[in-house]
Write a protein that binds this ligand. Structure first.
Ligand code: AMP
Length: 529
């Protein structure tokens, strides 16, 4: 049989041939920028010509520092065609981490959004390895030190689409994404062409994301978070319309975009959907086109699932990781039964998508039974799973071909995954584990709670005890005692938190997840005194 390599040129060719009438739409402050996929593919090849002219060689890295928009998309598609590697840097990283990842990657060129140039201006002097800076996006003031840098449109304007690209080996790194570093320094994961193509094909399967040519796909997950969950590639491969949100990710802007572009599939972490409550309540936006929401990256509260279900919108609940590019599992609602029965599968993270294998192991690395009760560390491997980190750091996370995920979980007889906690977020009280995720889910079901994080704080007698950090709903005066009463019928007595701190907002990591490391730093001390 043919040995046509699994490279992103396959994806680009398909987008350009099949996508003549399908669009890439970028939301602007006023209106939108619209191009067909064929135009996007042509521009990506002009970008290749420009990068060659700038001296970018195969194996080098081209970084991006931007929101999701069409120029950024062209970089994701174009850079790998040269055998070079695109490196989307997380724009919410601490400046020291930006310096760390860019130095480690030795980025030859950096493309930065005009509006984000002030952030890079701070660290530019610490990045002497960067040979060229290019400014993208149309919105925002360019920082003075970037005034002389060429603009993206100037760069590709006179360029002809590069022809006769030699086919790269499918194992060549196409993209470099870093983990968000919730537990330490961000770690780089190099996605090969092969992994990205297989991941894109995987996303088209009906039991996975089921991205289809008829979809209008809105990736709110930023490109620097596992390539916007691979959706730019799967949408290009499906030949579906892609809507890119730019920098405006608040519920009002997102709802407006869904309504105007008739989005059918939108993807984001739970924080985005939890914040939709006022939009759903006010009912000013017509969201009927939205058939499914792809959500993962952090625990998804049942209350959010229920609120959308009341509006006829269903969730695809996914578990994934940067190391899996990121797709690992998928849960979807049942088609029959009472409303509760239909939504029940969404409380779990679902079964591994075909191409990914999971197992749960004990502390000695022995596999535990799939009985829905045996709790251990989750390990994963598969067609788009990493086998090491970029530049080989943290080798102990990979054991005999399996990735140790750092998640504590169970698997049931049907293969459905239940994430109990992160290893580092579990509360160990009197030698027994308490799941912070489960406590949070129950607390989120209280009408007075807007957001909550449960963390472990040191305790002289018990070792650790759970403490809740709570953001109340705007009108709510809910007290710690009321929250304890709410939890009492739902969890064991020794699981009840020792205290609640009421705050205006919770700190978030660079990928929009609650930053428990930061909370532990603050509340471990205040609890002890
Ligand atoms: P990242 O590499 O930033 O995508 O983070 C991956 C981690 O996010 C996983 O190891 C889990 O701890 C967490 N995570 C991802 N999806 C889910 C989910 N659906 N429910 C709970 N935690 C999740």
């Amino acid at each position: 049989m043919s040995e046509l390599p699994l490279t992103l040129s396959l994806v680009l060719r398909r987008a350009s041939r099949m996508g003549g009438s399908k669009w890439v739409v970028t939301a602007l402050r006023e209106g939108a920028e619209r191009r067909t996929w064929a135009q996007v593919a042509e521009r990506a090849l002009r970008l290749c010509g420009a990068l060659k002219r700038l001296g970018v060689r195969p194996g080098e890295r081209v970084a991006t520092f931007g929101w999701n928009h069409h120029q950024h998309l062209e970089l994701l598609l174009g850079v790998p065609q040269l055998g070079a590697c695109v490196h989307p840097i997380n724009v919410r990283l601490h400046p020291d981490d930006v310096v760390h990842v860019s130095r480690e990657a030795e980025d030859a060129v950096v493309f930065v959004d005009a509006s984000l140039t002030p952030l890079l201006a701070e660290v530019r002097a610490r990045l002497p390895h960067v040979r060229h800076w290019v400014v993208m996006g149309e919105e925002g003031e360019v920082a003075p030190s970037f005034m002389g840098a060429p603009r993206y449109e100037e760069l590709i304007a006179g360029e002809a689409p590069l022809e006769g690209l030699s086919e790269v080996d499918e194992r060549t790194p196409a993209s470099l994404c870093y983990t968000s570093g919730t537990t330490g320094r961000p770690q780089g994961v190099e996605y090969s062409h092969r992994a990205l193509v297989l991941h894109a094909m995987g996303a088209l399967m009906v039991d996975s994301m089921a991205v289809s040519e008829r979809d209008v796909v809105l990736p709110l997950a930023p490109f620097f978070h596992a390539s916007g969950w691979g959706l730019p590639y799967s949408t290009a491969f499906a030949g579906a319309t892609l809507v890119l949100p730019g920098p405006r990710l608040d519920a009002g802007s997102v709802a407006h975009l869904i309504e105007r572009e008739r989005v059918t599939l939108a993807a984001a972490v739970p924080t985005v959907w939890n914040a939709f409550e006022p939009v759903l309540r006010e009912g000013k936006h017509e969201l009927s086109s939205l058939r499914r929401i792809l959500c993962g990256g952090a625990p998804l509260p049942m209350r959010t699932i229920q609120r959308f279900a009341e509006h006829g919108i269903s969730f695809l609940h996914a578990w994934g990781m940067t190391e899996l590019a990121p797709s690992g599992t998928m849960a979807r609602a049942r088609e029959e039964g009472s409303p509760e029965e239909r939504l029940a599968p969404l409380a779990l993270q679902g079964a591994a998508v075909p191409g990914i294998e999971l197992r749960v192991v004990d502390s000695e690395g022995r596999e535990l039974p799939w009985d829905g009760a045996s709790v251990g560390e989750l390990e994963a491997r598969g067609l788009w799973g990493a086998s090491r980190y970029f530049k080989g750091s943290e080798g102990e996370r990979f054991r005999a071909g399996w990735l140790r995920t750092g998640d504590v979980a169970t698997l049931d007889a049907q293969g459905a995954l239940r994430i109990v906690d992160r290893t580092k977020d579990l509360v160990k009280s009197g030698g027994e584990w308490i799941s912070s995720v489960e406590l949070e889910n129950h607390l989120m079901a209280h009408p007075g709670v807007k957001e909550v994080a449960v963390i472990a704080v040191p305790h002289e007698h018990w070792g650790e005890r759970p403490v809740a950090v709570v953001v109340r709903q705007p009108e709510s005066r809910v007290s710690f005692e009321e929250l304890v009463e709410h939890l009492r019928p739902r969890v064991a007595r020794w699981w009840l938190p020792d205290a609640a701190h009421f705050v205006a907002e919770l700190p978030k990591t660079a990928t929009g997840k609650v930053d428990k490391k930061a909370l532990r730093r603050v509340y471990a001390r205040s609890h002890a005194t």
